[in-house]
Design a protein around this ligand. Structure first.
Ligand SMILES: *[C@@H]1O[C@H](CO)[C@@H](O)[C@H](O)[C@H]1NC(C)=O
Ligand SMILES: *[C@@H]1O[C@H](CO)[C@@H](O)[C@H](O)[C@H]1NC(C)=O
Ligand SMILES: *[C@@H]1O[C@H](CO)[C@@H](O)[C@H](O)[C@H]1NC(C)=O
Ligand SMILES: *[C@@H]1O[C@H](CO)[C@@H](O)[C@H](O)[C@H]1NC(C)=O
Ligand SMILES: *[C@@H]1O[C@H](CO)[C@@H](O)[C@H](O)[C@H]1NC(C)=O
Ligand SMILES: *[C@@H]1O[C@H](CO)[C@@H](O)[C@H](O)[C@H]1NC(C)=O
Ligand SMILES: *[C@@H]1O[C@H](CO)[C@@H](O)[C@H](O)[C@H]1NC(C)=O
Ligand SMILES: *[C@@H]1O[C@H](CO)[C@@H](O)[C@H](O)[C@H]1NC(C)=O
Ligand SMILES: *[C@@H]1O[C@H](CO)[C@@H](O)[C@H](O)[C@H]1NC(C)=O
Ligand SMILES: *[C@@H]1O[C@H](CO)[C@@H](O)[C@H](O)[C@H]1NC(C)=O
Ligand SMILES: *[C@@H]1O[C@H](CO)[C@@H](O)[C@H](O)[C@H]1NC(C)=O
Ligand SMILES: *[C@@H]1O[C@H](CO)[C@@H](O)[C@H](O)[C@H]1NC(C)=O
Length: 405
């Protein structure tokens, strides 16, 4: 028993430092407030301002469905910086300069993420022979042309959540007769881990967005969906796609990969943002391992892109997007080898985390650390025990031998 004690000790120390790490992640707090359409009583458009005040800085997230669903992430070195919106200008044909931060000099970093389109394709052969077949695409759903419900009704100041829910207004095939596409946003005051799958680890410097397709009728028997995500960086910076693998799937069963878009250069921590996701979606409101839908992503497209307007990106960064900004795009597709999960339930949910600073990284879970401690400890126990047994039997033999001699 004593032997086990000394062997478990390193394991417990590891566990101790792990919980210290967790505590550090959860330690930084921000005071978060959500405001719907600040400065106006117009309710035909949706703009949500998430203000997250830290010790001597403020993170502003501006979410909107003016144009395609978009989020601006603005980091300021001031605990009292304020968002201003000129609504007349914002709702006009040339919205450049309609959104700004006061004082202007306090902004040290800004970026944007835009969810532009949802594609649908026939996945029947794509899964089987992978790259051999060209995907057969149906006409894409342009999220900029959707009609979005007033989000004021979904705003929850306690849970810090809000839902942008939309339908395709043109909808020639009737796919949206019962269906909706939503973006559910959650803001965080401090670091922790989500209660439900994929159980992303978040910090006070991040927010979560959950992309949900609910009862949108597929246009074929083997339909797969693909979400196009466009990111915007100021000139001189760029996004890079990174992927991290772990042997540990304790929190997100069977998923070992975390993909993330990080901004570069990241010389000091200023100017670094991230957009990260686990390579899984779920085919039910009650996400579980059984209804997991594997996600794939294409390489980052960095070629010469522009962003169709109007949008809050134009309102904040100005009109001349191509010249002054770096625009990149990535496609994230859902499903393939896991069969017709979407067709069964008509539901798909995928989560991603957007934040400022260093992306949260999964360390080994306590269970895996314990298992490793035991796994590494057992041979030592056996070695020591073996040694003792050998010593004991040798001495015994010797003592048996002695009297005869
Ligand atoms: C969040 O941002 C603040 C201010 O930059 C920083 O001090 C803190 O370490 C960050 N927290 C995490 C968990 O990254
Ligand atoms: C949003 O809802 C709240 C109450 O739920 C109401 O007081 C407020 O006026 C609404 N804002 C707008 C812009 O409709
Ligand atoms: C919006 O507010 C203005 C004054 O700020 C008022 O004149 C107008 O009636 C309000 N509109 C609605 C729909 O409440
Ligand atoms: C922000 O606070 C940190 C310590 O909390 C300090 O090191 C840093 O200089 C402050 N930054 C500014 C711009 O005041
Ligand atoms: C808002 O924009 C309009 C149109 O560009 C302009 O006429 C007006 O002066 C602006 N208002 C403020 C308060 O800046
Ligand atoms: C799927 O593959 C079969 C042969 O395996 C082929 O006959 C069929 O045309 C393919 N369908 C599509 C949509 O590519
Ligand atoms: C807001 O969220 C909290 C916690 O999830 C929940 O208890 C409460 O009922 C929600 N409020 C509304 C108005 O939905
Ligand atoms: C919409 O739902 C109704 C009843 O729930 C069902 O009868 C109908 O077939 C559905 N329409 C589509 C396009 O899925
Ligand atoms: C879809 O499947 C049904 C039966 O499972 C079949 O009758 C129909 O032809 C299929 N449609 C297409 C477009 O493959
Ligand atoms: C970080 O990079 C920016 C340019 O992106 C540069 O202006 C700044 O001086 C660099 N900071 C450090 C500490 O190297
Ligand atoms: C980007 O595209 C435009 C035309 O669409 C072209 O004139 C320009 O040279 C391209 N720039 C680069 C860097 O490829
Ligand atoms: C874009 O950059 C040019 C210089 O590179 C500058 O003159 C122009 O004002 C910028 N446009 C906007 C809308 O910021």
């Amino acid at each position: 028993m004593q032997g086990w004690g000394t062997l478990l000790l390193p394991g417990l120390c590891l566990l101790g430092s792990f919980s210290c790490l967790l505590a550090a992640a959860g330690g930084y707090r921000r005071q978060v407030t959500l405001q719907f359409n600040p400065g106006t009583n117009v309710s035909s458009v949706n703009l949500l301002h998430v203000r997250a005040v830290g010790r001597n800085d403020t993170l502003h997230y501006v979410w909107s469905t003016i144009g395609a669903p978009t989020v601006l992430l603005l980091y300021t070195r001031s605990p009292s910086s304020a968002l201003h919106v000129n609504w007349t200008k914002l709702l006009s044909a040339s919205p450049a300069g309609a959104i700004w931060i006061e004082p202007p000099g306090s902004v040290v970093y800004s970026t944007a993420v835009v969810f532009t389109k949802v594609f649908e394709y026939n996945g029947a052969n794509v899964s089987a022979s992978s790259k051999g077949w060209e995907k057969q695409f149906y006409p894409a759903y342009d999220l900029a042309g959707f009609s979005w419900q007033n989000l004021n009704r979904t705003l929850n100041q306690t849970a810090l959540t809000v839902t942008f829910q939309g339908v395709d207004t043109s909808d020639p095939g009737g796919a949206f007769r019962n269906g909706t596409i939503s973006f559910q946003v959650t803001a965080y005051e401090q670091g922790s881990r989500d209660g439900h799958l994929p159980r992303l680890l978040h910090t006070a410097n991040s927010s979560k967005v959950e992309f949900i397709m609910d009862k949108v009728a597929p246009r074929g028997n083997s339909s797969r969906f693909l979400l196009e995500v466009v990111t915007v960086e100021e000139k001189g910076r760029s996004k890079r796609l990174r992927s991290t693998w772990s042997i540990d799937d304790e929190f997100t069963p069977t998923i070992f990969e975390m993909a993330q878009l990080v901004s570069e250069p990241c010389n000091d921590s200023i100017g670094l943002s991230f957009f990260q996701w686990k390579t899984t979606a779920y085919g039910s409101k009650n996400a579980s391992r059984e209804n997991a839908i594997r996600c794939h992503y294409d390489p980052l497209q960095t070629s010469n892109r522009t962003l169709p307007g109007p949008s809050i990106v134009h309102a904040y960064f100005g009109e001349d997007l191509g010249r002054n900004l770096t625009v990149t795009a990535i496609n994230i597709s859902f499903g393939g080898e896991d069969g017709e999960v979407y067709a069964e339930k008509g539901y798909l949910s995928w989560s991603a985390l957007l934040g400022f600073g260093v992306p949260p990284e999964d360390t080994f879970s306590p269970l895996v650390i314990a298992i490793m401690a035991v796994a590494l400890g057992t041979p030592v126990v056996l070695l020591v025990a073996g040694g003792v047994v050998v010593l004991f039997t040798q001495r015994k033999r010797y003592s048996e031998y002695e009297p005869i001699n």
